[in-house]
Design a protein around this ligand. Structure first.
Ligand code: KIV
Length: 264
């Protein structure tokens, strides 16, 4: 696989070419994903739940993310690699810079942070200092205790308008990818159309530029609950590599997510 950069994603957005993404946490799976030409991998702090068996992502540490970033980079030298900054490691722009540097030095090409326009200064400071940023909006799992659960976000008109404004503000601050989790498909489509940067969705309907799945959900092996919008591609194909290939093909052809895996 050739080395993938943010420029490839920008070009795919302009061409209307949909792209798949997955989480990965270790070298073996990263190598398998790379052998299937998965362009973008996320070392998600979902590892707190799917690897560590924690009830949420809050206990995940910076050291955990650095360790797993190194593992994934070793297995996939060519993917565009994005790593989550864990809870409270980007509470101020200064802390974000210090901690993001360690994640980039571990092999990431981009960091992902959760939150709306309050993060604009942080995004500006990071990107001005050459740390590319993906901004995660909608259901932001690190906010689970403030929100009171894992709930669809953006159903009310005011909330939807705020999310669109947040996305625009974060793009203007320098964010190079926006990720939307668990939002109604019509809102995700509107945000995707309104932005120049690529938008990746999970539980955000078929109209975002890219899709992402937690790999344990793709294989139906999550210890915890499996969200309605996820799909077990291993059950459909019976083979790990074929499951990845089928997921990628279905995203590229616009077949996944279908209506059954979309939040209306
Ligand atoms: O941590 C993670 O795996 C994520 C995805 C759900 C997008 O943020």
């Amino acid at each position: 696989m050739k080395k993938i950069t943010i420029n490839d994603l920008m070009q795919w957005k302009q061409e209307g070419k949909k792209f798949p993404t997955s989480t990965a946490y270790d070298a073996s799976f990263a190598q398998i994903f790379e052998s299937q030409n998965m362009p973008l991998l996320l070392v998600g702090d979902s590892l707190g739940m799917v690897l560590q068996g924690q009830p949420d992502t809050l206990p995940v540490t910076l050291d955990d993310m650095i360790y797993h970033t190194k593992c994934v980079r070793n297995g996939s030298p060519n993917c565009l690699l994005m790593t989550d900054m864990p809870f409270m490691t980007y509470a101020t722009p200064e802390e974000a810079c210090k901690n993001a540097a360690l994640i980039m030095q571990a092999g990431a090409n981009m960091v992902k942070i959760e939150g709306g326009s309050w993060l604009a200064d942080t995004v500006k400071m990071l990107t001005e200092r050459s740390v590319p940023v993906c901004a995660h909006l909608g259901l932001t799992p690190q906010s689970v205790h403030i929100v009171g659960g894992y709930k669809v976000q953006g159903r009310q008109e005011k909330q939807a308008e705020q999310m669109l404004q947040d996305a625009i503000e974060l793009q203007n601050a320098g964010a190079q990818i926006i990720l939307l989790e668990c939002v109604p498909a019509s809102l995700a489509a509107k945000i995707t159309r309104s932005l120049d940067v690529p938008v990746i969705g999970i539980g955000a309907g078929p109209d975002t530029d890219g899709q992402i799945l937690v790999m344990h959900d793709m294989f139906g092996i999550s210890a915890n609950y499996m969200p309605k919008f996820s799909k077990n591609f291993l059950a459909e194909t019976g083979d790990l590599r074929q499951a990845i290939a089928k997921y990628m093909e279905d995203v590229e052809r616009g077949i996944f997510p279908d209506e059954a895996h979309t939040i209306a």
